[in-house]
Design a protein around this ligand. Structure first.
Ligand code: AKG
Length: 262
């Protein structure tokens, strides 16, 4: 009985999301990025922000925070093998070129809805070589429509912890229903962003064998999200993706989610 009520809750919440989503290509000046996002679940845009602006952001991160050194400032948390500086915009005005970017806003709204809103802006640093995380397993992030936008602030090659994305895996397929259903009951984030319980971080994760079978069955291909500083990566979090461990240097990015209003 409880299970049935939960199922009903999940399916009606999904239906509400489905109704609220409106893809509208007129909201973006970059239909080519929207086409990729819709087709592959991911779009990577080289040279999105010029080098002088990237240098200004990195300078401000070094001068106004201790993210790159001691990492003791309030607002810095460690999660999934990375340090996050949450809500950075006020302390780091140079980041507005990303967080207030009209092209990103247009693309996010074109993909989700004209009412889509940004969420959880952060500076993210991966600095611990060889550290592993649960999100190194292929996973989806949500049951609701959600996209992530990353701006690379350092060059990210194969050794600098590039994300891996399974192109095409954001599409509606039966395999995702139990995964999304799992999120609906488990993945209740508290207001401070912490996970609701010890099991929640595993929600949405696949074992490597399951991921391989899905890739083969559906013909998904993997893309390694490398790029130079200034590259923009925008992806659908309902598609399968995973982080990789840092093998050299560091990876510094700005990140933000976009979602339908709650
Ligand atoms: O940071 C990454 O490389 C992967 C991010 C990820 O797995 C996520 O946002 O869920």
């Amino acid at each position: 009985m409880i299970r049935f009520r939960e199922d009903l809750g999940f399916y009606s919440a999904k239906l509400r999301q489905f109704r609220a989503r409106r893809i509208d290509p007129t909201l973006t000046n970059h239909p080519e990025h929207l086409t990729k996002l819709r087709r592959d679940g991911i779009a990577i845009v080289k040279d999105f922000i010029p080098p002088d602006r990237i240098a200004a952001i990195v300078d401000q991160i070094s001068n106004k925070t201790d993210l790159l050194t001691e990492r003791t400032s309030p607002g810095i948390v460690k999660r999934n093998a990375r340090f996050l500086l949450l809500e950075p915009e006020q302390a780091l005005p140079s980041t507005r070129v990303f967080f207030q970017n009209p092209e990103i806003r247009g693309l996010a709204r074109a993909y989700l809805s004209k009412d889509a809103v940004p969420d959880r802006p952060a500076v993210q640093l991966k600095a611990d070589i060889g550290e592993k995380a649960i999100v190194d397993f292929f996973h989806i992030d949500e049951w609701r429509y959600l996209i992530s936008v990353f701006l690379l602030l350092t060059d990210v090659g194969p050794d600098e912890a590039p994300m891996v994305y399974m192109k095409g895996s954001h599409r509606q397929r039966l395999w995702r229903i139990p995964k999304e259903r799992e999120f609906f009951s488990y993945y209740d984030r508290q207001s401070d962003g912490q996970y609701a319980n010890e099991e929640s971080p595993y929600c949405g994760c696949l074992l490597p064998t399951e991921a391989r079978r899905l890739r083969e069955r559906h013909g998904y291909s993997e893309i390694l999200c490398t790029g130079q500083a200034g590259t923009l990566i925008i992806f659908d979090n309902l598609g399968l993706h995973r982080s990789t461990e840092l093998r050299a240097n560091k990876r510094l990015i700005l990140s933000s989610y976009w979602m339908l209003p709650k």
